[in-house]
Design a protein around this ligand. Structure first.
Ligand code: CU
Length: 492
């Protein structure tokens, strides 16, 4: 059965954000204008307004934060691949802002990272941006400013929203589409270390553990630095039990597009009695559509998964961590004609293995160059915050010195060695990459823009330098990127 997705989206009660209609109906962009850049005269297709506002997570849990268009998540923006869009970004706050178009291959001047040279949207000002969206699939947009020790800035706020770039061809068959945005609110600093266990396949590497131990021994501070914890958890801006349920019928095939919009948490998601068939990771179709019992989603990762509704009842689709789920990280899935209290049951432990979704033969192109990057944590080295170094260097926001020069057309392999116990969601701007080795296993065909690197593990991915302009690489944990875990690639 095939149903018009746009019509369904408009009628789906479970989605609290309506698709934003283009302001100028039928606006095709201006084919005469340049392909990218700042088009002062062009009429906007969309507008985003950055302002402080309130999110009602539940009647007794209303939080004040910075939002796009006065809601969380920000409006779902549906673009068409290859069709230029013009967006007015208004900033009603007192501080400069940046909107990053995560996962798109666009120019450095509009990508939304100051390190790449994107101009800020000035306080109480606006900036018009134009770009040609690509590639197709599930992307998102979020703020890219430094938060540092300010938990009212950066991705700790409510500045995140989904983007869907319509492909030229419609992939796969499903009855309807549901977007889920996972997000914590009310952040606080702590010294707790609640990194989830049993998340990723692969074993710690002894040499990396030794390197981590040596760094700990050399550190003047013996205790680890601040971490960020949260009081409130939500899906689509509502705590579990306080939003509209996802209403389904037996036999329906529902395509879930799940975005982890956290500032730094790794999330899990399970629906008792149901499996997820993974069709795309970070919006890119996977070569092997494997079924999994639950999802592990790193910060800023997206998972698109089909669920066949074949287990009638009223269920909690939620996070595996009881505390987080009980404080809101879940949504009710309700079959037609089913009544009663939503049921949860804890799934068996399941470790995420990206290679399950790769090509069976794992044959991969040979890179032109391999760059090795070793990641080290320096306990509480910066006024109580952990400092992060890549090959011994912490990124400097003052000098913004590029770490690597790359050449257009060349294929680069980045080999990461994680000498820390943290899982890092590694993100490359303006390019996609192909996983070539992870958790000790070779793979190919899995195309992503964020990937989780396990504690004391290694991973390798390849990217082709095919989008000239300064290009930022960083850990997507706000706390890590703000304290050194970034590097800039410049094209020769
Ligand atoms: Cu990190």
């Amino acid at each position: 059965m095939s149903i018009n997705r746009r019509a369904l989206l408009g009628s789906a009660a479970a989605i609290p954000f309506a698709s934003v209609l283009p302001q100028a109906a039928g606006a095709q962009g201006n084919p005469q204008a340049g392909p990218q850049g700042n088009p002062p005269g062009d009429k906007a297709d969309y507008s985003l307004r950055i302002a402080n506002g309130l999110v009602e997570l539940a009647p007794d849990h209303i939080v004040s934060t910075t939002l796009y268009n006065d809601k969380f998540p920000g409006p779902l923006l549906r673009f068409r691949e290859g069709q230029r869009v013009v967006i007015d970004i208004h900033n009603d706050t007192d501080t400069p802002e940046l909107v990053h178009w995560h996962g798109q291959m666009i120019g450095s001047d509009v990508d939304g990272a100051a390190e790449e040279g994107t101009p800020y949207v000035p306080p109480h000002g606006m900036r018009k941006v134009a770009f040609t969206p690509k590639p197709s699939g599930f992307r998102f947009y979020h703020t890219h400013v430094v938060a540092g020790s300010d938990l009212n800035r950066g991705t700790y706020t409510g500045q995140a929203g989904p983007v869907y770039i319509e492909p030229r061809d419609n992939p796969g068959s499903y009855d309807r589409e549901v977007f889920l945005v996972l997000k914590e609110f009310a952040p606080t600093f702590s010294h707790g270390d609640d990194m989830p266990m049993d998340t990723l396949v692969g074993s710690p590497i002894k040499a990396l553990q030794d390197m981590g131990k040596a760094a700990d021994a050399a550190a003047t501070e013996k205790t680890k630095g601040f971490e960020v914890g949260y009081d409130l958890f939500s899906i689509n801006g509502r705590m579990l039990g306080h939003g509209e349920p996802i209403r389904v019928k037996k036999g329906e095939r529902v395509l879930f597009h799940v975005l982890n919009a956290s500032a730094g948490e790794i999330r899990s998601l399970a629906l008792p009695g149901h499996n997820f068939q993974i069709v795309a990771l970070d919006g890119n179709p996977v070569p092997t559509k494997a079924e999994v019992p639950l999802l592990w989603i790193g910060t800023a990762e997206r998972v698109s998964a089909l669920v066949e509704m074949n287990h009638p009842g009223v269920w909690v689709m939620g996070d595996l961590t009881d505390d987080d789920r009980n404080r809101g990280m879940g949504i009710v899935v309700e079959y037609a004609d089913q009544r009663g209290k939503p049921q949860w049951s804890k799934p068996k432990p399941f470790r995420w293995d990206y290679t399950r979704f790769g090509k069976p033969d794992a044959a991969v192109a040979t890179p032109d160059e391999t760059i090795e990057i070793t990641i080290l944590k320096h306990n509480a080295a910066l006024a109580g915050f952990n400092q992060w170094t890549l090959n011994g260097e912490a990124f400097s926001m003052e000098s913004m010195k590029p770490a690597y020069t790359i050449h257009q057309g060349r294929r680069y392999r980045l080999k990461f060695r994680n000498a820390s116990d943290d899982i890092h969601p590694l993100h490359l701007h303006r390019h996609s990459f192909e996983l070539t080795r992870i958790g000790g296993k070779p793979t190919s065909g899995v195309i992503k823009d964020v990937v989780m690197l396990g504690g004391f593990q290694e991973l390798e991915f390849d990217f082709v330098a095919d989008n000239p302009g300064p290009t930022l690489f960083h850990c997507h944990q706000q706390l890590h990127m703000d304290f050194g875990f970034m590097a800039l690639f410049n094209y020769a």
